[in-house]
Each structure stands twice: as structure tokens, then as C-alpha cells.
Design a protein around this ligand. Structure first.
Ligand SMILES: [Zn+2]
Length: 117
């Protein structure tokens, strides 16, 4: 099983994934809300948009902008069940386990933390 750092390093090698960065507005939003609140948002987005066994608009459920977590989801290949399956072998067609959801949130938050440095 790959570590969070291994996952982040692998993402950096992808031209597409590494093209996503937080802009100043998004960084200001993160600073204003604080990491705990952002993590709560991430947890909610994952639970509602990714975790269900069946998602009608899978592949299109994550906007490209509008929230720092959305951008982080694209940057970390946690944008849809197709990408989660391809990158992290998360099985499609079944609910994500609480552990899988935790790992996804942790990866997203690690990416945001790096962007905020
Ligand atoms: Zn995707």
C-alpha cells in the first residue's frame, strides 16, 4: 500500500494533476476558514459526492473551481470514482468504506497544506 507521500510524489509526475494550484483567492479562503473547517468541507464533499455506490454524474460531479477542496480533488485524482479506481484501486459500484473516505480526505488535506506553504 502506498503512503500519502508516495501518492503525492506520483501525482507530481502527472502533467495533468500537477497543473492544478490554489489561486490567491482560494488560499485566502483557506486562511480565513482554517484547516479544520476546510477538512470538514472535504469530508462532506467526499461523503456526498464520491462515497455512494452509485453516482449519476460520475466523472462530472466535481467542479473545476468554486472551492479549494474541488481543486484539491482534481489535483489528487480524487475527483470521481473512475479516477479513484484508476489511481487508488478503490472499487466502483460499492460504498466507499469509512477508511477509504478518511484516506481520501487526508490526501486532499496534505495537498492543500503543501499549496499553503
Ligand atoms: Zn475523475
Amino acid at each position: 500500500m502506498q503512503t500519502r507521500q508516495e501518492a503525492l510524489d506520483k501525482l507530481k509526475k502527472s502533467k495533468f494533476r500537477s497543473s492544478f494550484h490554489l489561486n490567491e483567492e482560494e488560499k485566502a479562503y483557506v486562511r480565513e476558514k482554517g484547516m479544520d473547517v476546510i477538512e470538514k468541507h472535504a469530508r462532506d464533499f467526499i461523503r456526498m459526492r464520491l462515497a455512494p455506490a452509485y453516482i449519476q454524474n460520475d466523472g462530472k460531479q466535481t467542479p473545476l473551481k468554486g472551492h479549494p477542496v474541488f481543486k484539491a480533488m482534481h489535483a489528487t485524482a480524487c475527483c470521481c470514482r473512475g479516477c479513484l479506481n484508476k489511481w487508488y484501486k478503490v472499487q466502483k459500484g460499492v460504498w466507499m468504506t469509512p477508511e477509504q473516505q478518511d484516506k481520501t480526505v487526508n490526501l486532499i488535506m496534505a495537498w492543500i497544506e503543501e499549496e499553503m506553504k
